[in-house]
Design a protein around this ligand. Structure first.
Ligand code: AHG
Ligand code: MN
Ligand code: MN
Length: 333
């Protein structure tokens, strides 16, 4: 047989093939989950296209509304949210959708008809204030399962350790999806020439250490004292600082290169700024699945926090194990 070295004939694994291979390992799986993942991927392709054309289509800037968090909605926050809501609500396997941009969860199929389904929670566009300057933005998602008999509110308010899958899509210099389906972390890049996410890394491991911290240092004066001590310690020990200002961009760097990402309590956001259910939980699952740590406070895993409200906030310390330990040492000392 003649073989070629051409990239056109190279063996690739698409996200769809990856999901089907995962499904094949679970003989009782109905395919519902793979179908939901394909809706997330399809939405991400549309959002990526909208983000890339934003300046051309004149959809940058504020939509003139504030969301439930009291934050100004960008036009693209609204567009990304509509794309995800529309695509996911067509999937028979989705029971409930919760979004940063919707005050209440959307109840789609919550009657007790004996069918198990899923709850999908997302931040449709993370870091949207970066849009106007052509900076990195992303989508973050979390998937929980729901038995037919479980009321919607209980199914949504499960701790992060019950997530069946979590991931993010980074709309950066390329469009990257990082995903866990509960055992390890895999990375996919959107190949626009074939319109598919192609697997580029399997079993990602976060480097155990890297002298780099990522947080909004302008808030330093109102951080609890331990964080200020950590910054003094890090700065006397040759650390570097990197901050994109979009959680997806910052966590992606930490996942690939190591370091620690934090959003501590501040005077303005005494419980932290980031949202537990669709920012902290999915990122914590990815980081732990990649061998790192993700804490809300010393001794408190983010994934163990029992949620009380869909939009509740949570303090975040996540990244390389040794770097998270270094923060905890200063907080405790
Ligand atoms: P969103 O755009 O979804 O509201 O999220 C913005 C978040 C997060 O992406 C980022 O880590 C953080 O806000 C940055 O906050 P500061 O501007 O306060 O540093
Ligand atoms: Mn966000
Ligand atoms: Mn957002």
């Amino acid at each position: 047989m003649t073989t070629t070295n051409s990239s056109a004939t190279r063996h690739i694994v698409t996200l769809q093939a990856h999901a089907l291979a995962h499904q094949a390992q679970h003989p009782d799986a109905s395919g519902t989950f793979s179908w939901i993942l394909s809706a997330v991927a399809g939405s991400a392709k549309r959002i990526a296209a909208a983000v890339r054309r934003a300046r051309l289509e004149d959809v940058l800037g504020s939509a003139g509304e504030t969301n439930v968090q009291g934050e100004t909605q960008q036009k693209l926050d609204v567009i990304a949210n509509e794309i995800l809501l529309q695509t996911l609500s067509e999937r028979e396997g989705v029971a409930v959708i919760a979004s940063e941009e919707n005050e209440e969860p959307v109840l789609l199929r919550v009657e007790d008809d004996g069918q198990s389904r899923y709850c999908v929670l997302f931040d449709p566009l993370d870091g949207s204030s970066n849009l106007d300057i052509c900076g990195s933005v992303g989508t973050i998602f979390s998937i929980l399962s729901k038995d037919a008999a479980t009321p919607a509110a209980d199914a949504i308010l499960q701790p992060g350790k019950r997530q069946v899958a979590a991931g993010y899509v980074l709309y950066g210099s390329s469009t990257v999806m990082v995903l866990t389906i509960g055992s390890g972390v895999d990375m996919f890049v959107l190949d626009p020439s074939i319109g598919a996410f192609v697997r580029v890394a399997q079993g990602l491991r976060i480097p155990p250490t890297n002298k780099c911290y990522s947080l909004n240092e302008a808030n330093r004066r109102t951080f609890p004292e331990g964080y200020q001590k950590y910054l003094d310690w890090a700065q006397s020990n040759g650390y570097s600082s990197r901050y994109v200002g979009a959680m997806v961009g910052d966590v992606h760097r930490v996942l690939l290169q190591g370091g620690v990402f934090m959003y501590p309590p501040t005077a303005k956001a005494p419980k932290g700024k980031l949202r537990l259910m669709y920012e902290a939980n999915p990122m914590a699952m990815l980081v732990e699945q990649a061998g790192g740590k993700a804490l809300a406070a010393p001794g408190q895993r983010i994934l163990d926090v029992q949620p009380e409200a869909v939009h509740q906030r949570c303090s975040v310390i996540l990244g390389s194990s040794a770097e998270v330990d270094a923060v905890v040492a200063q907080l405790a000392g």
